[in-house]
Design a binder for this molecule. Structure first.
Ligand code: ADP
Ligand code: MG
Length: 359
């Protein structure tokens, strides 16, 4: 359905896309992942010609998009794009947001457009917001309207550019649920996302972008569990775990806790679990005696949902679990929020391994 051949995009001297090649088949769901600044948005924007590629070509149903004879507006209508920032018309009601395109661009009658719009609003769970204005909706609701609006244009391909990254964490799941629902309807989708668990569950294939290329592609299992190339491996490991280093007693506890919270949000862990993590980290640090060189890492396994914190500290052997007094409140707080806490001393490091309780 979509064929990309030797696609490149330069901004002046900056080469963002070097040589992109891809085939996307009808009904496929492609997730694009990768570090920021690697051209993921640029690729999506090239696909629907919001950016004009520097070289190469894109074929939609074998018709070259970059050929001067091609009816670009018509081809482009096959594609709908959902942006991070919703881009709804603020002065139009939800219903009008959904019908203006079909009436003006697809030549639908008002009645037809209204009927379809209401059907789509039902699909995204917003039938009762027909006459609301964007201002009256939450971020998650706005994004669902934006998705329905793309569908109203009878797009055959939906492009999503980090559809949940502007949302409050509590609203991420409602939007992901709607996208999942559309996936079942067999619509072709290309989704740039950093919701890795979602990408794993929904995608038929995952593209990892780096170096101006689709650096590695494969099934979610291949990319997430068994990446082959160096940069993919490093990226997958990095998103799996968070590493914080402390090199003195005057470390910034709040910044550290903030990073841990963000990590938990990114992996869609609940507020409760995120609260445990923040508290355990604080108490674990309270139990330390030597702050010259401490590493705290947090790893989340998408496979079994387990969450592990490892605290490595330099200095003399010191087991806080035994040596911390029996009535140490901090220790009690930790033990109450962990499935297990293990201590060992290895190569000059005190290693504390904590498995955090889930729900
Ligand atoms: P990603 O979505 O992977 O984070 P982007 O596609 O947004 O990456 O951007 C890739 C690079 O291209 C970045 O260095 C960005 O600054 C640059 N870039 C994107 N759009 C433009 C533009 N319109 N003009 C100049 N540089 C741009
Ligand atoms: Mg981007």
């Amino acid at each position: 359905m979509i064929k990309v051949r030797n696609l490149s995009k330069h901004f002046g001297d900056l080469v963002v896309l070097k040589d992109i090649n891809a085939d996307i088949h009808k009904g496929e769901i492609i997730s694009i992942i990768g570090p920021s600044g690697t051209g993921k948005s640029t690729l999506l924007r090239c696909l629907n010609l919001l950016e004009i590629p520097t070289g190469g070509n894109i074929f939609i149903d074998d018709i070259p998009l970059l050929d001067t004879k091609t009816n670009v507006p018509k081809l482009r209508r096959k594609m709908g794009m959902v942006f991070q920032s919703f881009n709804l018309y603020a002065h139009l009601s939800v219903l009008e947001n959904l019908t203006i395109g079909p009436i003006k661009l697809l030549g639908k009658t008002k009645a037809e457009a209204n009927r379809k719009a209401i059907e789509l609003l039902k699909l995204v769970g917003l039938a009762e917001k027909v006459y609301s204005f964007p201002d009256e909706l939450s971020g998650g609701q706005k994004q669902r309207v934006a998705i329905a609006r793309c569908m109203a244009m009878e797009s055959e391909i939906l492009l999503f550019d980090e559809p949940t990254s502007a949302l409050d964490p509590t609203m991420v799941s409602e939007v992901l649920a709607v996208i999942r629902r559309l996936a079942r309807e067999g619509i072709t989708m290309v989704i740039v996302t950093h919701e890795m668990e979602f990408a794993r569950n929904i995608s038929s294939r995952v593209f990892y972008m780096d170096e101006g290329l689709i650096y590695e592609e494969g099934t979610p299992q291949q990319i997430f569990d068994n990446p082959q190339l160096e940069k993919t491996k490093a990226f997958i490991n990095r998103i799996r775990s968070l590493n914080c280093h402390i090199s003195g007693i005057n470390y910034d506890l709040y910044a550290l806790q903030g990073e841990m919270e963000t990590f938990c949000e990114k992996h869609m862990l609940t507020k409760k679990v995120s609260g445990y993590v923040v508290l355990i980290a604080e108490e674990v640090l309270c139990l330390q005696t030597d702050f010259s060189d401490i590493n705290i890492s947090l790893s989340y396994s998408e496979k079994d949902g387990s969450l592990e914190m490892i605290c490595e500290s330099a200095g003399k052997p010191f087991n806080p679990i035994i040596e911390g007094a029996e009535d140490n409140i901090g220790l009690k707080l930790i033990l109450g929020r962990c499935i297990s806490v293990d201590y060992r001393y290895e190569r000059g490091k005190n290693i504390l391994n904590l498995k955090v309780k889930g729900e």
